[in-house]
Design a protein around this ligand. Structure first.
Ligand code: DX5
Ligand code: ZN
Length: 228
């Protein structure tokens, strides 16, 4: 199984964002995880399409936009134009989930659905053919640096089963991403439960090397993930 690591720039130094994304790419990151919060769907406010456009020329790796906003649809063309590669959203924040997923694909991006700790996985049942990514939140959305919710492990096994059954029957690839509280010491368990794409914010940006890079922590995350 291919493992992808997606550092969340929510914990980066926003005053040096270009340098920070270049440093994670140099350390082997597979994606830049880009957390968009609106002080409405979640009680925090972060970054939008202009910042996505500003970091785009600094890296070659994909930008994984996680929308914690309500409503969703109007932002999709803006993020696609700003260079996003994946766009995921919370089903509770969109009136018409199927239409929003299609809108993301129509704009040339991979489409993802995000499940909060209390959101049932059944919400993916009728849109599996429109999904490129399932993202399980392992914390409640809104802030970095929270503790991993342990019940996510069972939910991951359940999601893995649903995805594998769908792929076996209909083909296509759906990534299974986990977001929140992923650390060097729990990444192996999370991968063993079925995740293939791991978001890590504070774990990465809270552990710089002496040169300001992130090679040591990225190597630890990857090697622990590989030993799952
Ligand atoms: C939380 C965000 C996460 C967050 C993860 O709402 O979606 O991406 O940055 O941060 P850590 O890894 O610090 O839990
Ligand atoms: Zn996120």
């Amino acid at each position: 199984m291919t493992i992808r690591i997606a550092p969340s720039i929510l914990s980066a130094d926003f005053a040096r964002l270009g340098e920070e994304v270049r440093a994670i790419e140099a350390a082997g990151a597979d994606l830049v995880h880009f957390d968009v919060m609106d002080n409405h769907y979640v009680p925090n406010l972060t970054i939008g399409p202009l910042v996505c456009e500003a970091i785009r020329p600094h890296v070659k790796i994909g930008i994984d936009v996680h929308l914690m906003v309500e409503p969703v649809d109007a932002l999709i063309p803006l993020f696609a134009k700003a260079g996003a590669n994946l766009i995921s959203f919370h089903p509770e924040a969109s009136r018409h989930v199927d239409r929003t997923l299609q809108l993301i694909r129509d704009h040339g991006c991979k489409a993802g659905l995000v499940f909060n700790p209390a959101t049932p996985l059944t919400l993916m049942d009728h849109v599996m053919d429109k999904l490129d990514l399932v993202l399980l939140m392992s914390v409640n959305p809104g802030f970095g640096g929270q503790k991993f919710v342990p019940s996510t492990l069972d939910k991951l096994r359940d999601a893995r089963g649903r995805i594998d059954r769908h792929t076996a029957a209909h083909g296509g690839a759906i990534w299974l991403e986990v977001d929140g509280g992923v650390k060097v010491d729990n990444i192996a368990q999370i991968v063993a439960a079925g995740a293939d794409t791991l978001v890590a914010g504070s774990a990465v940006f809270g552990a710089p090397d002496s040169d300001g890079g992130y090679k040591t922590v990225m190597k630890q995350l990857r090697s622990n993930a590989a030993h799952a």
